[in-house]
Design a protein around this ligand. Structure first.
Ligand code: GDL
Length: 681
């Protein structure tokens, strides 16, 4: 079959880990695909027994019935049903019985009416068993040999896909071009078989034309993109409701197809699939399909595609669907009650002094837009989410303005802080309102797929809201107070959350805020030989502040107090030492008198000093440096750390604020000439 006559495969791969979709959901998917102009469905649910783990087992009569119905449902919608099998967990490629088992299984599926197939070798062990090592020159040879044989056994189907084990650039050693594995696939895989590819990474932020040209040259055919941009099976707290994005439509003529492997939850994929369909319909895509050379429409704009998808999705929320199927998909109810008559009233009319009936506000397009922005894309939050994060950062870093009593001198800052706190509160309220409206929608099917996520974000937002209230001197609801003994929702994420908080950066998503570093820095332990240079930096940075007060931090730098193990690090660039951090796990051991309030030392028992030369332009390296010492302190068992500096050291104040690690501490009895900032560990 010539390249030209092959249609562009567009649609969905059910290829995620976890609970597979139901037959009804798949049929609904086919209807949507047809409506939106998509043409392919790849059946590859990782945790379906007979797709992967028990791939040799034939389908029972009952299962066969279901698959037959499914395959014919796809046909009715003009959707190409591709049946995939993943034998890679335990197949012995060189054993003829194994190859026969594979052929037998696929022949059975072909008897169900299926015409298109795929062999998937993703996420498997790459070490071959001794028998395969003897029989094949390489892993790629083993896979290609079996795949070619099965392809021929099935009489060379028009659509036959192969998923390599190295299915993205990041997996290729040493590179895509030089990958022995991919080159073997390119040379030896039957040219009638197409190859799946996820892009530069498993979850690719963007897929460039150049990257596709590169891999196509090695594979000797244009790949079919298996797109994980909306996949969420790797993190139970994430859902992706942003538009298909960062794939230029110029890719379309260079690809054999695009299949999206979306969220595990079926209903929220409305956006993922709809926006992919819009992308496929863009001018670049149309040009290649229709040969009349006319531009068929404007190019793809993710924001507009999202709006279009959300507008259509909003209508779905209004349909009274129940998980038990008590309303048919066509919108006609199987129940007697009519849509207009809410069940709970049941003829009850409250008296003038009774409680009025609870009425559900209808969901709005803006609610859906907000929802999408809070659960956007794997490498990008939506604009509203970014604003909320930025505002919370600012409110936290400028919280000294919130509680300052001196309204006259700091009038503008105080006013600004209060205004921005109110604005933040309103944004939080909008999230809660969106949650309330969503939880009242007639379509319970969609709601239940979204429920865990919207509940999670609502709680997160409520905690942030309560925190800002506390910063402003208010008292939030007791359930929302974060102290030493919060309610369980105050320390979210269970054990996994605890692990995350122990990782560098407190698991902070700095990814979303800080541009990549542009210079090379070395972070290394401080040694005795560094002392002169460290002192030089110390003196240079402290010329303007009078050193009338003796600080433990200064003594750590000068070598009079010994830092805790792994708590003295140097930041160095090509011109020498440009920063340092020293810390002492138990600050009391260095105190000559009771300098600080007990309450503070019990929450923040460690002390740290840090100095970074202003010539270090971006904060990334500095943050790493500090994170490492914070990690070591945490390992030493410390609960919190403080940094002290002289109150006239404005530069230090600004510097620490921009880092976002530390907050100004306010304890009764702190020396007036010092500022103390701290962070819990
Ligand atoms: C993968 C898996 C896929 C999974 C996805 C996201 C491919 C080819 N395979 O690596 O099953 O859903 O990551 O976790 O993408």
């Amino acid at each position: 079959m010539s390249e030209k006559s092959k249609i562009f495969l567009s649609g969905v791969v059910e290829g995620f880990y976890g609970r597979p979709w139901t037959m009804n959901q798949r049929k609904e998917l086919f209807r949507r695909e047809q409506k939106w102009g998509l043409n392919t469905y790849l059946y590859a649910p990782k945790d379906d027994y007979k797709h992967r783990m028990y791939w040799r087992d034939l389908y029972s009569l009952e299962e066969a019935d279901q698959l037959i119905t499914l395959i014919s449902a796809a046909k009715e919608c003009n959707v190409e049903f591709i049946y995939a099998i993943s034998p890679g967990l335990d197949i012995t490629f060189s054993n003829p019985k194994e190859v026969s088992a594979l052929k037998r299984k696929l022949s059975q599926v072909s008897e169900f009416g299926c015409r298109s197939f795929a062999l998937l070798f993703d996420d498997i062990e790459t070490e071959m068993c001794p028998a395969d090592k003897e029989a094949f020159g390489s892993f790629a040879d083993a896979q290609v040999s079996v795949t070619n044989e099965v392809f021929q056994h099935l009489k060379e189907p028009q659509v036959f896909l192969f998923c390599p084990t190295d299915y993205c650039a990041a997996f290729c050693t040493p590179s895509v071009q030089l990958s022995k594995y991919l080159n073997t696939v390119g040379e030896k895989l039957n040219p009638g078989i197409d190859v799946l590819w996820t892009g530069p990474k498993v979850v690719s932020n963007d897929i460039s034309v150049a990257s596709i040209e590169e891999v196509s040259a090695v594979l000797r055919r244009p790949p079919v993109i298996w797109d994980n941009i909306h996949a969420n099976d790797y993190d139970p707290q994430r859902l992706f409701l942003g538009p298909f994005k960062n794939r230029p439509t110029e890719l379309i003529p260079k690809l054999r197809g695009v299949l999206t492997n979306p969220n595990c939850e079926f209903e929220p994929n409305f956006v993922a699939v709809h926006t992919l369909a819009t992308w496929c319909k863009s001018s670049s895509g149309q040009k290649d399909v229709s040969m009349d050379g006319e531009d068929q429409g404007s190019d793809y704009i993710p924001h507009d595609a999202l709006r279009l998808a959300l507008t259509e999705w909003l209508v779905e929320f209004g349909k009274a669907d129940q998980p038990d199927g008590s309303r048919s998909r066509s919108g006609r109810s199987k129940r007697e009650a009519s849509e207009e008559e809410p069940m709970q009233t049941d003829g009850y009319v409250p008296g003038p002094k009774d409680n009025p009936l609870y009425t559900a506000e209808p969901l709005t397009l803006e609610d859906l837009n907000l929802l999408s922005e809070l659960f956007y894309l794997p490498y990008e939050h939506g604009p509203t989410a970014v604003t909320m994060l930025k505002e919370l950062h600012w409110l936290r870093d400028n919280s000294d303005a919130a509680t300052t009593g001196d309204i006259t001198t700091e009038c503008e800052r105080v006013k600004e802080w209060r205004q921005r706190a109110v604005r933040f509160d309103e944004m939080c309220a909008a999230v809660v309102q969106m949650f309330n409206r969503l939880s009242n929608v007639p379509n319970r099917l969609i709601l239940y797929d979204l429920y865990n996520y919207i509940c999670d974000i609502k709680s997160g937002v409520l905690l942030a809201r309560a925190f800002v209230k506390t910063l402003g001197g208010g008292t939030p609801h007791p359930a929302m107070i974060i102290n030493d003994n919060p309610e369980p929702w105050g320390f979210r994420g269970g054990l996994s959350g605890e692990f995350q908080r122990m990782l560098p950066c407190h698991g902070n998503r700095d990814l979303f805020r800080i541009p990549p570093a542009t210079r090379m820095y070395t972070i290394r332990p401080n040694t005795a030989e560094d002392q002169p240079e460290v002192m030089k930096l110390f003196k240079e940075m402290n010329t303007e502040t009078q050193q009338t007060v003796e600080l433990i931090g200064d003594r750590l730098v000068q070598g009079d107090v010994h830092p805790t193990q792994n708590c003295s690090l140097i930041l160095e660039d090509s011109s020498g030492i440009c920063g340092y951090v020293f810390a002492l796990s138990d600050a009391k051991t260095a105190m000559t008198k009771a300098q600080y309030p007990e309450a503070m030392l019990s929450d923040y028992p460690s002390v740290m000093t840090v100095q970074i030369h202003p010539k270090v332009p971006d904060p990334t390296a500095t943050k790493r440096l500090i994170e490492q010492v914070l990690s070591s302190l945490r390992e030493s068992g410390s609960k919190g750390v403080y940094i002290e500096f002289r109150s006239n050291d404005r530069r230090m104040m600004d510097f620490l604020k921009t880092l976002n690690f530390f907050q100004v501490l306010r304890f009764e009895g702190l020396p007036a000439n010092l500022v103390v900032m701290g962070t819990k560990l």
